[in-house]
Design a protein. Structure first.
Length: 115
């Protein structure tokens, strides 16, 4: 479950990930690319962001381990040694959580009507 406590525990790692991946620029590009489209919902945003993070995973590997460790309530070492598919599924679960993706949608649309 994606609780408020887990969200707060993840925030430091998420902020570092945000900066390293220059998600401000990514957000602006996403908004421009999808301006006026009616079918952009939280799932579309979550999937696109998930792909962006995976594409750039080498830059944020440690932050991903930290985020997954908080979500799974494990140590970073346990996450590093677990099956890759388990880690990938957890990342997917975080990005497909309705509340998290709704938040992402709000953040990515702020100030841009029609997206």
């Amino acid at each position: 479950m994606f609780s408020t406590e887990k969200a707060f525990d993840m925030l430091p790692s998420v902020v570092v990930l945000y900066d390293k991946l220059d998600l401000d620029s990514y957000r602006k590009e996403f908004v421009e690319k999808n301006k006026g489209k009616k079918d952009v919902d939280a799932n579309v945003i979550g999937i696109d962001l998930f792909k962006h993070v995976l594409k750039n995973s080498a830059k944020v590997k440690e932050e991903v381990f930290e985020i997954v460790a908080v979500f799974e309530e494990k140590t970073i070492e346990e996450v590093k040694s677990q099956n890759f598919m388990r880690t990938l599924n957890t990342i997917k679960e975080i990005f497909s959580d309705a509340e998290a993706t709704d938040f992402l949608k709000q953040a990515m649309q702020s100030g841009t009507p029609g997206v």
